[in-house]
Design a protein around this ligand. Structure first.
Ligand SMILES: *Cc1c(COP(=O)(O)O)cnc(C)c1O
Length: 370
């Protein structure tokens, strides 16, 4: 029985009639940009996250750039981020004219606070932690460093809608946070979409202008902005999906628990589950010393297995001029060499999870660090 890496279609299948009805009603209403559904979704997302403001934007990458710009970050500034993440994280920093400074991650796959501390310079303006794979970064330690040095925190929460840190939602913990509604994210739309979340009135006001050509009214232009709004149809659909999110995330955790109980941890190294951080398993990334062999053998058995993220950004050609060399970020480089995502999605059955475990057992991978 083949098991895919993810299955977004099955997840929204029970809602598809409501979604069709919603899309048709928006078409009939004729308002496609910044209409009632965008406003309502922004309010509903803010209530869910526990923040004062949400601003719907075109995608998660623009959300990062807009959040950075709304915090006044630009040319000459440095922003500390991980190199073990999706490319949009450092790309957004470069896109606003600032310089990404890479810190190492720890075994949780999120920023190592000590490494962050070691790369702070006079030009550092912000820290951009990524709640990678759905697990919160160590926000208390990072906030302490930010407070000490007067830095802003921009959470890249693209993979962590619904995740928590000490009972508070990821996305409500920094000066600003960003989300993506790319279809495969835990809260995924029917196209591109993104969100900026913040408690700060000044950041919210500027972000709202920046998504709309740096203007409040398209008459007077205050900033070089973006044309980057959350689409009305996407917002209308996301409003139907948001109430399902907690159930979907709980189902993902159930599969992760089942993997553990079924003995997957005897075969590969399981994702870490540090206390006080509720994981939402956007991806279920395990580690093996023989990662590439494992991927090949799983695929031969019809099991979805994909490497995230095999080429850390400090060694990517685009950042060659920053002067990093192999060995600079040892944990990052090790995770990039050992990590592979195994199937996880809300409608996955325990029988499918057993199938995955059996396939891993048949592949006989070398466990990481063993
Ligand atoms: C998906 C993702 C983004 C970018 O979101 P898009 O909507 O695809 O632009 C940014 N950061 C991380 C960590 C992501 O996973």
């Amino acid at each position: 029985m083949p098991v895919p890496l993810m299955n977004t279609r099955a997840q929204y299948e029970p809602l598809i009639d409501q979604v069709r009805e919603r899309v048709l009603s928006i078409i009939d209403g004729g308002r496609f940009i910044l209409g009632e559904h965008v406003t309502a979704f922004e309010q509903e997302a803010a209530a869910y996250l526990g923040v004062r403001h949400c601003i719907g934007v075109g995608n998660g990458t623009d959300a990062l750039s807009i959040a950075l710009r709304a915090l006044g970050i630009g040319p000459g500034d440095e922003v500390i981020c991980p190199a073990y993440t999706f490319y949009a994280t450092p790309e957004s920093i470069s896109a606003v004219g600032a310089r990404p400074v890479f810190a190492d991650v720890d075994e949780t796959c999120t920023l190592d606070p000590e490494s962050v501390r070691s790369v702070i310079s006079g030009a550092t303006k912000a820290i951009m932690p990524v709640h990678l794979f759905g697990l919160a970064a160590d926000m208390d330690a990072l906030q302490e460093i930010a407070d000490e040095h007067g830095l802003a925190i921009v959470e890249d929460a693209a993979q962590a809608f619904g995740s928590t840190w000490q009972g508070r939602r990821c996305g409500s913990l920094g000066d600003a946070a960003t989300f993506s509604f790319f279809p495969t994210k835990n809260l995924g739309g029917f196209g591109d979409g993104g969100l900026v979340a913040t408690d700060r009135d000044d950041v919210a006001e500027l972000a709202r202008m920046l998504r709309f050509h740096g203007s409040k009214d398209k008459q007077v232009f205050h900033h070089i902005g973006y044309n980057s709004r959350l689409d009305e149809i996407q917002a209308g659909v996301l409003r139907l999906l948001l109430p399902e999110l907690d159930g979907w995330n709980a189902a993902r955790r159930g599969i992760a628990d089942h993997y553990r109980q079924a003995g997957l941890g005897e075969l590969v190294e399981l994702p870490p589950t540090p206390a006080g951080r509720e994981h939402t398993y956007h991806l279920h990334v395990v580690r093996s010393d023989d990662r590439d062999g494992l991927v090949e053998q799983l695929r031969e058995q019809g099991i979805g297995a994909t490497v995230y993220y095999g080429n850390p950004h400090h060694l990517q050609p685009v950042y060659a001029d920053l002067g990093y060399t192999p060995g600079d970020l040892p944990v990052t480089e090790q995770l990039a060499a050992e990590g592979v995502a195994l199937p996880i999605y809300p409608t996955m059955t325990t029988a499918e999870a057993d199938e995955v475990v059996a396939a891993v057992r048949a592949a006989r991978p070398a466990i990481a660090g063993a």
